[in-house]
Design a protein around this ligand. Structure first.
Ligand SMILES: Cc1cc2nc3c(=O)[nH]c(=O)nc-3n(C[C@H](O)[C@H](O)[C@H](O)COP(=O)(O)O)c2cc1C
Length: 179
């Protein structure tokens, strides 16, 4: 049995949901997990874990600053342990180049280049945004030529089966004799 730490950053809650989904999945495989909202918890990676999955979302082209700080501070441990990055954005739902550029920028800023990187679509949560955010997101969406313009509903793009495959691959890597 392994113990996996899942620290995350999330502004509107989609990455928090993804972190909880991963946590439940790993537990269903008989392992232990702990999720940590990095907005609230400390910046030190606690000891006693066998693997770490860091999840963060993208706003205005960047992942949460407090996740960047966490990774910078704990880079040594993240490099020693099997670790993965999950990047959540709307761009990850599309062609992927833009989503890859966010990950590349994160790598440059933190110096951390994990073996496992997952990029997953986030959500357009119009009904949760305040007036201003709703208008901004609708304009960005329209400018991109996307049809997701009905602000009376939400659009969720997370590919849950992809998240599942990614998590199971990560677990398989933990079990493999040489990593
Ligand atoms: C104000 C704002 C700015 C955003 N900027 C970007 C962006 O630059 N690129 C992108 O791909 N997605 C962008 N998104 C989409 C978010 O990445 C997406 O909504 C994601 O699900 C947010 O995850 P969270 O709920 O865990 O914070 C933005 C969303 C909001 C609300």
């Amino acid at each position: 049995m392994a113990r996996i730490y899942i620290p995350y950053g999330s502004v509107e809650g989609q990455t928090a949901q993804i972190a909880e989904y991963i946590s439940e999945l790993i537990r269903a495989h008989g392992h232990q997990t702990e999720t940590a909202d990095l907005k609230r918890s400390g910046h030190t990676l606690p000891g006693g874990f066998d693997g770490v999955i860091v999840a963060a979302s993208v706003h205005m082209g960047k992942h949460e600053g407090y996740v960047t700080d966490f990774v910078k501070k704990n880079r040594g441990e993240l490099e020693r342990l099997p670790s993965a990055l999950i990047s959540v954005s709307l761009a990850a739902h599309g062609e992927g180049e833009e989503a890859e550029s966010y990950v590349a920028k994160f790598g440059e800023e933190t110096g951390w280049h994990p073996a496992h990187v997952g990029m997953f679509g986030g959500a357009l949560l119009y009904t949760h945004y305040n007036f201003l955010k709703r208008q901004i997101m609708r304009k960005i969406t329209r400018d991109k030529g996307s049809p997701a313009l009905d602000t009376s509903r939400d659009y969720v793009y997370t590919e849950w089966d992809g998240v599942q495959r990614f998590t199971e691959d990560f677990l398989a890597g933990l079990a493999a004799p040489s990593r």
